[in-house]
Design a protein around this ligand. Structure first.
Ligand code: FEO
Length: 162
């Protein structure tokens, strides 16, 4: 039987992952609006992944016989100062998510909940990839910004290949 405190914390994270999905979908609409369809496609795929993260938590709670509670998901921001600003925001956001996952790991450890500890390991590994992939785009966009519109055009094409 899963601990009430752990159940509550996993429910909170599940709802945050649904927010993450909406955040990236909002970034996708921003990129469509400025005709960067490659970056928009990158963000749409990221949004899909975030829904998968939420559903992983949903299914884990279900498997443990815990009560699942869907709460209100706040509206995400809708515009950014530049393509770079959007991806910088994405990178910073992923660093925050890593901290959230680390806090869940600490809670599971303090409760001696080995099943949840084991389950959370997937998210620990995923966050390494999430931070790396968003930061890689930030670094490339910084380089592209020195090359003008042409560099940004090719960068957008590359992002569309994700
Ligand atoms: Fe589910 Fe990108 O954190």
């Amino acid at each position: 039987m899963i601990n009430d405190k752990m159940t509550k914390a996993l429910n909170v994270q599940m709802n945050k992952e649904f927010y993450n999905s909406r955040l990236y979908l909002s970034m996708a609409t921003f990129f469509h609006d400025i005709n960067m369809d490659g970056a928009a496609s990158w963000m749409e795929k990221q949004a899909e992944e975030e829904t998968e993260h939420a559903m992983k938590l949903y299914n884990y709670l279900k498997d443990r016989g815990a009560r699942i509670l869907l709460t209100e998901v706040p509206a995400p921001p809708t515009s950014w100062a530049s393509p770079l600003a959007a991806f910088e925001d994405a990178y910073k956001h992923e660093c925050d998510v890593t901290k959230e996952i680390d806090d869940l790991v600490e809670l599971a450890r303090s409760l001696k909940d080995n099943a949840t500890l084991n389950f959370l390991q997937w998210f620990v590994d995923e966050q390494v990839e999430e931070e790396a992939s968003t930061d890689a785009v930030v670094q490339k966009l910084k380089m592209a910004s020195q090359g003008g519109h042409c560099a940004l055009f090719f960068m957008d094409r590359m992002l569309g290949e994700r």
